[in-house]
Design a protein around this ligand. Sequence first.
Ligand SMILES: Nc1ncnc2c1ncn2[C@@H]1O[C@H](COP(=O)(O)OP(=O)(O)O)[C@@H](O)[C@H]1O
Ligand SMILES: [Mg+2]
Length: 319
Amino acid sequence: MENDSKPPPLVQIRGLSKKYLIKKSLFNKEYFYAVNNVSFDIQSSSIVGLVGESGSGKSTIGRLLLKLVQKDSGEILFNGKNIYKYTKEEEKQFRKETSIVFQDPRTSLNPRWKIKDIIEEPLIVHNFPKKERKQLTEKAITDAGLDTSFLDRYPSELSGGQRQRVAIARAIVLSPKFIVADEPTSALDVSIQLQIVNLIKKLQKEKNIAFLFISHDINLVGILCDYVVVLYRGEIMEKGDKEAVLKNPKHPYTKLLVASIPPKSPKERKNFKEIPEVFREDIKEGCVFFHRCPYADEICKQKPPVKTLKNQEVYCHFV
Ligand SMILES: Nc1ncnc2c1ncn2[C@@H]1O[C@H](COP(=O)(O)OP(=O)(O)O)[C@@H](O)[C@H]1O
Ligand SMILES: [Mg+2]
């Protein structure tokens, strides 16, 4: 019954992999998987948190989803359609309906352009008439929480939080359905982070935009997201509804992450029993978390199968 009423996911990711060459001699080519066999869905107007430590493949996934990086294998469907099989017209529509916000607005905004030119550019690319461009630019900056007096300024005259609002204004100016927000708060002061998180939440609610919110901060992911995907060394460890994954983590890695969230009360602390970190040797195959897992055993030298629970899926032999 539940499934009948659920609309199809906006983004469907199936077995997505991306490898990079690390050593190349005459006879020896070695690849490592920055992203390995990753599958998850993003529902329309939902916020999916992609969490993992630095180097775990988060940005690569974000870029793969927007075709800024070419995949090696797997499929990505947007609105039910394979993004690698677009016609020219469909490709243009895809570019219009998707956008990205980067971590550091100091480097992502052209310092020589006025704010209005930065926000307006996507409208020029998509051939909007001049009058409409002005109107949509003003609407976008207002929706991003800045008043229109900022339009005549330069990025250097703005604070970090204001610059990130400009990057968000640019990302929403074409009324997209899906935005990849790649660590959009990581370069900001803690006090400003929450403002940007609240802005993303507001845009999701009011404009029905779906977000992939990339972060290494499970605390922020818990505040903002509906669904959580936990990544380690390019592979999914656990994914599921936020409530399930954060209140009842099943994978040892998710448990370690969740144990790092500061508890609101001493009572809650009991639920998040910290597990000790253990360091073991690395193995070539099998579970990628083997070398740090407190519970690792012989069987973990084989790839863990996916275990499907009610509201989450876990890649661990012991679940
Ligand atoms: N163009 C590239 N060439 C080679 N290695 C890359 C390239 N892009 C990313 N990587 C590697 O892939 C891994 C994942 O990177 P990334 O997706 O940026 O991780 P994250 O965003 O989680 O920090 C890292 O080990 C990184 O060094
Ligand atoms: Mg990154």
